[in-house]
Design a protein around this ligand. Structure first.
Ligand code: BG6
Length: 505
């Protein structure tokens, strides 16, 4: 990773005692510290609602690193103390105005004592309903003032619950912050392998010429998870898979797969291209949502002899909840490149594998010379594996050695791990560092967020208003409701079910 133009700064984490902070943010900052990527003058200021002093907070941070950054914690134990010396704490109740006055005094003091310029990243690792409250409180006490250093905010997902609420939130944030100060984080864009989709496409001569409706038959994007909602039921029940995974992560991945090549590689040019894809999404015709989208919810079932809870039995979930834990949908991008090519997108919890991948299915050769001799259906695919065992594979037919012309599908796979001589950086490391540097390329821009909500809103409204649209139930450890295969017009076509070990059909 890079360390260019990184200025002295302060990282303030709102929600510093929360799960995200412990699991992802603090380990990411610790790793940046280990890698020598943080500036000389830098502190992390935890801002949480609990009353505690910095000694107690440092002990909490130590515990979080021990649990969630286990390997680095052991390997770099000699760096731990130096890192913890950079950690401070101030009690802030997000809804109490005066606490922001106290926060301001704290920052003024510490910045002066440690001689750090007041360049500040505020990380909103807090429930979404608090985003506007915290932003307004920062403004009230001039904590957005850039006279003594730049100010940036990182806003976690979900950014709004619907199109209208996203626009409303945006307006409120813009009261105190300009667009170039607002960083809407989507951790999928921080994944090395999502960025690699751009490199695969645009640094090679042989993918791009076939990357269009002439040669591609369909595109599938799957993000499956083996686990259920665990202890996040309270949040998830108000969200569901469509808002939780598709509106943000998977539509962003789709946009990267489908975008036009940018003229230059900079934040504006790249984001100008991805937003065009989202704006070109063909609206689902009203009254037709059930033909384009299948939703499901997991029910109690035995997996390896162990009975798994149903979604409705999870902590924090309403006993008669209709929230979807699985969504499969078909969409079209109305532009010259994609014409009528379908994109199939699917995500779900309690499925058999934890895998995220994009599968480009190519059209068959126009004349099947060896059709009678094929042992398997000729199947040309490009698989972009995002997680796990990241890499790229292509599937194509080969002659089986020996007499005659028997053909079999084979697979050529590149494993990303073969390229990296060190651990691949976590998405949060990359994204936090980018914000510190002021690079917003991998953050979602307001127009992109709006465009994806616009598409998703049609589905949410139909689910809310049309009681005829079914919610299918599926057993744990299956690939969701079998009705998801009905999205294919061809009744012989099915989803490709991925394997966590990178193998294809
Ligand atoms: C989060 C969702 O944004 O992404 C979770 O809220 C989901 O429900 C997670 O489990 C998946 O991310 P990853 O990086 O594990 O694929």
């Amino acid at each position: 990773m890079k360390k260019n133009n990184i200025e002295d700064q302060i990282l303030v984490i709102f929600g510093s005692n929360g799960d995200l902070s412990k699991r992802k943010l603090l380990p990411a900052v610790f790793q940046l510290f280990i890698d020598g990527l943080l500036p000389e003058r830098f502190i992390v200021l935890g801002a949480g609602s609990q009353e505690k002093d910095e000694i107690a907070y440092r002990a909490d941070v130590n515990d979080a690193l021990k649990t969630f950054a286990k390997n680095s914690y052991i390997e770099y134990s000699d760096k731990l103390d130096a890192f913890l010396q950079k950690v401070f704490y101030q009690k802030v109740n997000n809804q109490t105005e005066e606490d922001f006055g106290a926060l301001k005094s704290y920052i003024d003091n510490i910045a002066q004592t440690l001689n750090i310029k007041q360049n500040i990243v505020y990380y909103f690792s807090i429930p979404p309903f608090l985003y506007e409250v915290v932003a307004a409180n920062l403004v009230k006490f001039g904590l957005n003032n850039e006279e003594n250093g730049w100010k940036r905010i990182i806003v976690e997902k979900p950014f709004g619950y619907s199109y209208d609420s996203a626009i409303d939130l945006d307006k409120k944030l813009h009261k105190g912050f300009n667009e170039d100060q607002i960083y809407r984080i989507d951790h999928y864009l921080g994944k090395e392998t999502v960025q690699n989709i751009m490199v695969t496409r645009f640094s090679n001569g042989f993918f791009e010429p076939i990357w269009n409706r002439k040669y591609i038959d369909r595109v599938e994007i799957t993000a499956s998870e083996k686990i259920g909602v665990g202890d996040r039921g309270g949040y998830y029940d108000t969200s569901g898979a469509l808002r939780d995974m598709i509106q943000n992560h998977l539509l962003q991945v789709m946009a990267v797969v489908a975008m036009e090549p940018p003229a230059v590689f900079d934040s504006d040019s790249i984001r100008n291209e991805t937003v065009k894809v989202l704006q070109a999404l063909r609206p689902i015709p009203s009254g037709k949502v059930a033909d384009y989208v299948v939703r499901g919810q997991y029910i109690s079932s035995a997996v390896d002899g162990v009975l798994q809870k149903s979604y409705r039995e999870e902590k924090g979930v309403a006993p008669s909840s209709k929230t979807e834990t699985f969504v499969a949908l078909k969409l079209f991008i109305d532009n010259w490149r994609w014409g009528d090519i379908p994109f199939y997108i699917r995500t779900g919890k309690q499925l058999p594998e934890r895998v995220t991948e994009v599968v480009i299915h190519l059209k068959p050769a126009p004349h099947q010379l060896f059709k009678q001799l094929c042992l398997t259906e000729p199947n040309n695919m490009i698989i972009l594996r995002i997680h796990p065992d990241a890499g790229v594979a292509i599937d194509f037919g080969m002659k089986i050695p020996g007499a005659g012309f028997k053909v079999q599908n084979v697979n050529m796979a590149f494993h990303y791990s073969d390229l990296a001589d060190k651990k691949i950086a976590e998405a949060y490391e990359r994204l936090i560092l980018d914000c510190m540097i002021g690079d917003s390329t991998l953050y979602a821009r307001a127009d992109a967020v709006k465009a994806s909500w616009k598409f998703v809103d049609t589905i949410l409204n139909a689910w809310k208003n049309d009681t005829e649209i079914p919610l299918y139930y599926y057993d744990c450890n299956t690939w969701g409701p079998k009705e998801s295969n009905n999205l294919y017009d061809d009744k012989f076509m099915k989803w490709r079910n991925p394997f966590s070990k990178f193998k294809t059909e």
